[in-house]
Design a protein around this ligand. Structure first.
Ligand SMILES: [Zn+2]
Length: 157
């Protein structure tokens, strides 16, 4: 399957989860989506490994699914990490660190936190103000900056 098709399927998956357990016009409540999908979320402070973001695990025999996230991360980074790890779980990734799998988890997270239809509506209302849009969507400025670049690429055809 070509990469574009795979990436689009991942976006559709994220939008489906957003519509099932959230409201795509409002700030994404990742906690509600995680709960809705039956995934256990464990937030724990990693004082001795501040660079640690998160990890996902699935127990194939029991079906138990869990995400462990560093609670010391800022709210925007925490939201992105939870969404990224959730992406690994819903796509049933069994290995981590592969470039393509990490990219797919990032695509899932970006669509979950910044669904394109919401961002387009917000850009129309407030203009392409990266900091403001990052703030109202509870994402980092760098994540929103990438999203706006994607939007510009879509609009450019
Ligand atoms: Zn990952």
């Amino acid at each position: 399957m070509p990469w574009r098709r795979v990436a689009e399927d991942v976006r559709i998956l994220a939008r489906t989860h957003l519509h099932l357990y959230g409201d795509h016009t409002q700030i994404t409540d990742v906690y509600r989506i995680v709960e809705g999908l039956g995934v256990r979320l464990i937030l724990k402070p990693f004082w001795h490994d501040r660079g640690f973001t998160g990890i996902a695990a699935i127990d194939e025999t029991t079906g138990y699914q869990a995400i462990l996230v560093n609670s010391l991360l800022s709210i925007p980074r925490r939201n992105f990490t939870i969404s990224h790890e959730l992406g690994h779980i819903v796509m049933r990734h069994r290995a981590y660190g592969h470039y393509a799998l990490e990219r797919l988890a990032n695509i899932y997270a970006a669509e979950l936190l910044m669904p394109m239809d919401r961002i387009i509506a917000q850009v129309r209302l407030y203009g392409p103000n990266v900091c403001y849009l990052a703030g109202i969507n509870r994402v980092s400025v760098s994540a929103m900056s990438l999203r706006l670049q994607e939007l510009a690429a879509i609009l450019a055809g």
